[in-house]
Design a protein around this ligand. Structure first.
Ligand SMILES: Nc1ncnc2c1ncn2[C@@H]1O[C@H](COP(=O)(O)OP(=O)(O)OP(=O)(O)O)[C@@H](O)[C@H]1O
Ligand SMILES: [Mg+2]
Length: 508
């Protein structure tokens, strides 16, 4: 049986990537500009670990090695969009058995050596698993992992406690622990902000005390090695031969208004964290703001944030699944700058007026109203949030539903996904308050650095813009598959994949 599988011929991205690929350090880190082959080289590094594992010789004299490795990222959509395509450049999906069910796994047999007759005599039974942290804790996400190596893609975007958890998981082989060779943690990322945890680890080498356990795991290896690639516009920039002509120049020009972005993503420079930076940095006025038309044939979604400064937006999903915000309902004080406090009845009336004015003759079946599910929690307190919902519903005159979640990671991701996709997001120019929010009014909290602690994790600041942005997030969660895609739960209808047991390819 012969299989027609297109395998990509890999070349060397450059000397820093090559040194990173070969490093045996327990923790190895590659930092480089966009497109510099970080992800791909880090994935290839997992295969290098696999090839070093020990094995057992079977009755026919074939050496069978066994290797399980893992990849971890923040969400499944990012695994699908960014990590898997790179992985399939290393080993196409059609080789071995790829399982399209989260956490995704790919099982392959890597043949390292053959005898004169072409029979495999040295084989790695290889499995790679792709996991997302999603809305779970790192501990939950890493539970039960017994792997020889883990690759963390976009490591700076992952929670700082991840490394500690992985240190406990990597190198555990269960009953096969004695067969495990040089377990590794592999991080890949763009230049991190200076108060990101990876900056502390990679640049300042803030490592904990060396324990006896760790010394044993290390053997003759380094604990940590860091590989910093040249910037994309430097003469020795890596991977240029695998990128389109002018790749970095074009991006630098397009992002001229975001010097921080150019410094980090193109020139591979560390910059101080701008606490107070926008939560939605992908938002771009020129791409995302325009006049939008209401599509009567599709459902309108009213997403609201309840409370003293309640705010709402009216949004839609297009047939393509693209997200559009058409109107906002926000109550300002007379100065036009600060929000006015508003009760549930007045807020319900305001939303109703907005709907009457801009969505004339809207059939009640063609609108869905969604808000923070936490608001449904009844309490004995005098002004319970459930009472707020009841009064709002009465004034609005429409049924009101719980949004699918109020987890910040998922809500933000719903907007980031939309904004990250080509034509995935647009807002009508009338939504002035929301637009200001996206331009930076909705931003992270300023750093509170106490007793030398560095905080990589950012919290969203409570500003006048959080309410309307929260409302929009609840609306954005309504799209078909949105939550399933972010969480990585299957959409259903798993695809049947070719399963071949004898995939032969060179050891690389
Ligand atoms: N060794 C290689 N041989 C051939 N092509 C490669 C090699 N390594 C990477 N590439 C190609 O270069 C491009 C960028 O690679 P990759 O996605 O790994 O870069 P990256 O640094 O992770 O980028 P990003 O910052 O966008 O995540 C991809 O198209 C990839 O297929
Ligand atoms: Mg990458």
């Amino acid at each position: 049986m012969s299989l027609e599988i297109e395998t990509r011929v890999l070349n060397s991205p450059g000397p820093i990537s090559d040194a990173f690929l070969l490093s045996r350090a327990f923790i190895k880190i590659i930092i480089g500009p966009v497109g510099s082959a970080k992800t791909m080289t880090a994935l290839r590094a997992l295969v290098e670990v696999a090839k070093r594992q020990k094995g057992r010789v079977d009755g026919r004299g074939v050496l069978w090695r066994k290797a399980r490795v893992g990849v971890i990222r923040e969400t499944y959509p990012n695994i699908e969009k960014n990590t898997l395509p790179s992985w399939f450049d290393v080993f196409p999906e059609e080789l071995g058995k790829f399982t399209w069910k989260a956490p995704y796994t790919h099982r392959l047999q890597l043949i390292l050596a053959e005898d004169e007759d072409g029979n495999a005599i040295d084989v790695v039974d290889f499995e790679i698993e792709f996991r997302a942290i999603g809305d779970r804790s790192v501990e939950e996400a890493c539970r039960g992992w017994q792997v020889a190596a883990v690759m963390v893609d976009e490591a700076d975007l992952q929670p700082p406690e991840l490394l500690a958890f992985l240190t406990g998981r990597v190198g555990r082989g269960g009953i096969d622990a004695a067969m495990m060779v040089d377990p590794q943690i592999i991080l890949s990322l763009n230049a991190p902000y200076m108060d990101n945890w990876v900056y502390g680890l990679a640049i300042e080498k803030n490592l904990g005390e060396m324990t006896d356990d760790l010394r044993e795991v290390l053997g003759d290896r380094e604990l940590l090695e860091v590989f910093i690639q040249p910037g994309g516009r430097e003469p020795d920039a890596e991977n240029l031969h695998n990128l389109p002509q002018g790749y970095y120049q074009v991006q630098a020009a397009a992002n001229k208004h975001r010097p921080d972005y150019v410094a980090r993503m193109i020139d591979n420079k560390f910059v101080p964290m701008q606490h107070g930076q926008p939560v939605n940095p992908q938002f771009d006025y020129r791409t995302h703001v325009r006049k939008l038309e209401w599509d009567r044939s599709r459902k309108l979604i009213l997403g609201f944030d309840q409370g003293l400064f309640a705010a709402a937006v009216a949004s839609q999903r297009t047939t393509m699944g693209h997200f559009r915000t058409l109107r906002e309902a926000v109550m300002f004080r007379e100065d036009g700058k600060t929000l006015a406090k508003i009760g549930p009845t007045a807020f319900g009336q305001m939303c109703k007026a907005m709907l009457n004015e801009h969505f004339f003759d809207l059939h009640p079946d063609m609108i869905r109203v969604v808000g923070d599910p936490a608001a449904w929690a009844a309490s004995d307190r005098e002004d319970s949030e459930l009472d707020w919902i009841k009064a709002f519903r009465k004034a609005l005159g429409l049924p009101v539903h719980r949004a699918k979640t109020n987890k910040a990671a998922l809500r933000n991701e719903a907007i980031w996904r939309a904004m990250g996709e080509r034509d995935g997001y647009a807002v009508d120019e009338s939504c002035k308050h929301l637009i200001r929010g996206h331009l930076g009014g909705y931003h992270y909290r300023k750093a509170e650095i106490s007793d030398g602690e560095t905080r990589g994790h950012l919290e969203i600041a409570d500003t006048i813009h959080t309410h309307v942005c929260d409302g929009e997030q609840y609306a954005a969660l309504e799209g078909e598959h949105v939550i399933a895609d972010i969480r990585g739960t299957p959409r259903g209808g798993a695809t049947v994949r070719l399963d071949s047991n004898f995939d032969v390819f060179a050891g690389g």
